[in-house]
Design a protein around this ligand. Structure first.
Ligand code: SAM
Ligand code: SF4
Length: 588
């Protein structure tokens, strides 16, 4: 029998009904094929549990059918708690699906979406009876939540896997075997390559397959490699409440949509995270309400393309109103219609708790209609901070990147935003050395950085991925040129950001306190409305919310800080008093 005992190419994921995705689900067994190295098979100590193994083996031999796999993908939306597991696939028992107090160690790489995904994965495993540990040595299961955006991100994971290999091989026989899993974008992108290259990897779960983790881990218990990399058209984990891992945290990420339809020519995200889909407004509001009740003071609405949010779950809102794009912007996909849009969501979320700051990331410049800008301007608790990823300052490169705008349209949008939201803080992403980028193109990016003067910037050297650019363009900029250009962009960004941030000196900023500064035990750190880090001495101050009492700032407090100095990344100042968000605003 072929080692890939079951490779299913399913046109339709039956998970949630007829709307479905093209992808695949894979269960791999090692004993079925003699050429599979023994390292992939159960170790001798595992065979002590041979009763289980043989039983599993014989059940596997009489084996799951095609229908069984489809049924196993059809997990009901409400993940059952351990005592509620009713209908395991025929090749597993209810008991095997339970975590049985196995300890899970989760490690997160990459963007904030992955931080949120880690919490979702953990929420699902916790319900299945797993325990969490922050001690690697104590773990029975190690799960890496991975990123594929650039080659370097993937290399980090390969290196980490080599370290974990020795942990696995040195595992004491008296303990249950250590299981290792790759979750997220890299699992989605590299699928079989990971299973083949790293025999010590037991499970793979793509970004839309976290509900399947208990089943995958149950299969792995018997020494099998198991994978689910199905992408879905409608999975938003709307009903999975992420577990806030740090109880003292002042802020949280709330995922509002997944996937991306933009297909920028350099970007792997649409391939690893699938089609764009939005979470129903009601479930987002419920999560934000709960976070507010827990005392959190800031939520960041999260997605690859947040401002193209469109909740189509309520049929009555599916009117024929089509998308209102920013002037001079176009999309790579057919115009979408109807649904509840981002302005509606932002409005509703910001009404929940006037003391809760609202941010969002990452938006795309094309989706900034006036009602969104107006709302940001009007509402005290929506931060006056917009991330506006430009990627390049050259219209020619922007076209090759398929960004859907020219430099001129982007600059016009910046001007419009600055007029609509005075004092707005701007941040951006840039890529240096994209295919065909000339020195002249590069200088145009330099000049855009000077012209806009961003407060915060994320700059990257182009990393070839298997995307449209890989197939149609040439990665023709030598690595040293990419790095030299990146250095130049960073230098210019820093010079300009320093100038922009110096304009805060002498001003009073409303700061949400996060906790002690990493650099000095006598300082505290927090963030202003524009998301800049603000450092100030931890001293007694007046509590303006409690008739002038003298207090020390605590995480989650709002304080007014008079800014005395600024760099490209940080503001410094002295604290004036404790206050509330609605009773005070920043001033100069
Ligand atoms: N959706 C967001 C947008 O359109 O701006 C960005 C999300 S992406 C995860 C974050 C950033 O990674 C991008 O804005 C881009 O600057 C960078 N990026 C994406 N693909 C890249 C690549 N192949 N090489 C270098 N940087 C890349
Ligand atoms: Fe990638 Fe473009 Fe989508 Fe952003 S908008 S995630 S850069 S494809």
């Amino acid at each position: 029998m072929h080692p890939l005992q079951c490779v299913l190419r399913a046109q339709r994921c039956l998970r949630r009904g007829p709307l479905a995705s093209v992808s695949w689900l894979l269960l791999r067994t090692c004993r079925a094929h003699s050429s599979v190295p023994s390292s992939a098979c159960p170790s001798p100590e595992r065979q002590q549990e041979d009763g289980v193994w043989k039983d599993f083996s014989s059940r596997l031999a009489t084996g799951p059918t095609f229908q069984d796999f489809l049924r196993s993908a059809s997990v009901p939306p409400e993940q059952p708690s351990s005592s509620e597991v009713e209908d395991p696939p025929p090749y597993l028992t209810v008991d095997e699906l339970l975590g049985r107090q196995r300890r899970v160690y989760l490690e997160t790489y990459g963007c904030q979406m992955n931080v949120n995904d880690t919490e979702i994965a953990w929420s699902i495993l916790q319900k299945s009876g797993y325990l969490r540990t922050s001690n690697l040595q104590e773990a029975d299961v190690i799960l890496l939540v991975t990123c594929s955006i650039r080659g370097k991100a993937e290399q980090t994971i390969w290196n980490r896997l080599h370290q974990l290999k020795s942990l696995k091989s040195k595992r004491l026989r008296s303990r249950v075997p250590l299981r290792i899993g790759i979750l997220g974008c890299m699992a989605e992108r590299l699928k079989e390559e990971i299973l083949n290259r790293e025999k010590m990897v037991d499970i793979l779960a793509g970004p839309d397959a976290y509900r399947d983790l208990p089943r995958l881990l149950a299969v792995a218990e018997s020494g099998q490699q198991a994978a689910n990399v199905l992408l879905s058209l409608d999975e938003t984990y709307a009903d999975v409440m992420p577990v806030q891992t740090s109880p003292s945290a002042t802020s949280a990420f709330v995922s509002i949509m997944r996937g991306c339809d933009n297909m920028c020519s350099y970007c792997i995200v649409p391939f690893t995270r699938g089609r764009e889909r939005s979470r129903p407004v009601a479930s987002i509001l419920e999560e934000v309400r709960k976070l507010s009740e827990q005392g959190l003071k800031e939520v960041t609405l999260l997605g690859q393309n947040v401002n193209s949010f469109r909740d189509n779950s309520e049929v009555q809102f599916n009117n024929a109103v089509s998308t209102n794009l920013s002037r001079g912007f176009s999309t790579n996909y057919k115009a979408k219609q109807g649904g509840l849009r981002f302005a509606h969501l932002l409005d509703q979320v910001s009404r929940i708790d006037p003391e809760m700051r609202i941010r969002f990331t990452s938006p795309h410049p094309k989706d900034f209609p006036d009602e969104v800008l107006q709302l940001i301007h009007e509402r005290d608790n929506i931060c006056k901070q917009i991330h506006l990823p430009a990627q390049s300052g050259s219209s020619r490169v922007l076209e090759a990147m398929r960004r859907g705008y020219s430099r001129e349209a982007y600059v016009e949008l910046i001007q419009h935003i600055r007029e609509s939201i005075p004092g707005v803080s701007l941040s951006s992403d840039f890529i240096a050395g994209f295919c065909g980028e000339t020195e002249e193109d590069h200088l145009q990016t330099v000049s855009l950085l000077r012209e806009v003067r961003y407060n915060i910037g994320f700059l990257f050297a182009y990393s070839m991925r298997q995307t449209r650019a890989y197939h149609r363009l040439k990665d023709d900029i030598p690595e040293e040129v990419k790095l030299r250009r990146l250095e130049e962009l960073i230098t210019v960004f820093r010079e300009e950001a320093t100038k922009a941030n110096k304009s805060f000196v002498g001003c009073t900023q409303l700061v949400l306190v996060e906790g002690p500064s990493k650099r000095s035990a006598t300082d505290l750190c927090g963030r202003n409305d524009g998301n800049l880090k603000v450092i100030f001495a931890d001293v007694e101050m007046e509590d303006a919310t409690d008739s002038g009492l003298r207090v020390r700032a605590q995480p989650g407090d709002y304080v007014l800080v008079k800014i005395t100095s600024a760099s490209s990344q940080t503001l410094k100042g002295h604290v004036l008093c404790k206050t509330t968000l609605k009773d005070s605003t920043a001033y100069c």
